[in-house]
Design a protein around this ligand. Structure first.
Ligand SMILES: C[S@@+](CC[C@H](N)C(=O)[O-])C[C@H]1O[C@@H](n2cnc3c(N)ncnc32)[C@H](O)[C@@H]1O
Ligand SMILES: [Zn+2]
Length: 187
């Protein structure tokens, strides 16, 4: 085989790999559009039944040490720019996924206090599932489950009737309600 042919075959194999990588982060069930909640969001392109695996949350699998380093870097960046986007997802006790890659469509899913999706871990992969029936054109959302300790850094603009005002894990809403009540009472 000539040198040129070998190079062309290598390039074709690389292209195939990149295409597969890109496709893993896409789904026929949703697409990116401008969002009323914030910036860009992900919207259903057709009616989706409850419990459907909609899209994979793809990214780089990293160990906890690297994850902590990147989380601090993201935090420093957000302090400088006001862009508070966090893309690191807990995967296992040893590893996380950094979803900050352009082919990860699911990274653009916004948070809602009444989410219609949930992230499920399946082995070393993360998938976004529908919690109930989703209509074509609805924005996909999930609970970012941020810790109540830094609630003031993340005001919520989901617009739902039950919106608590901050992006905080629903499990910690009782604590948040106490904090907000104490604040309102001037304590
Ligand atoms: C991972 S990004 C989601 C995609 C984002 N809309 C964009 O265009 O890049 C997460 C960021 O989106 C914003 N965001 C997501 N959900 C939100 C909400 N319910 N209210 C206000 N901002 C939200 C916050 O700035 C958050 O840090
Ligand atoms: Zn909200």
């Amino acid at each position: 085989m000539g040198k040129k042919t070998k190079q062309l075959l290598e390039e074709a194999a690389l292209y195939k790999k990149l295409k597969q990588l890109w496709q893993r982060g896409q789904s026929d069930l949703c697409e990116v559009r401008g969002s009323k909640i914030h910036g860009r969001g992900v919207y259903a392109t057709q009616d989706i039944a409850a419990g459907t695996k909609i899209i994979e949350y793809v990214g780089e699998v990293i160990d906890k040490e690297e994850s902590e380093r990147r989380a601090w870097a993201q935090h420093a960046h957000s302090q400088e720019t006001g862009d508070a986007a966090v893309y690191i997802f807990t995967l296992t006790s040893k590893h996380d996924i950094d979803g900050n890659v352009p082919w990860n469509t699911a990274r653009l899913i916004n948070h809602s206090c009444e989410p219609n999706c949930e992230a499920w871990i399946d082995g070393r992969r993360i998938f976004i599932h529908s919690l109930g029936e989703i209509k074509e054109g609805e924005e996909l959302t999930f609970d970012y489950a941020f810790d109540v300790d830094c609630y003031e850094d993340h005001p919520c603009l989901c617009g739902k009737a039950s919106c608590i005002g901050y992006i905080v894990s629903r499990e910690q809403w009782p604590q948040l309600k106490e904090i907000l009540a104490a604040k309102a009472a001037g304590k």
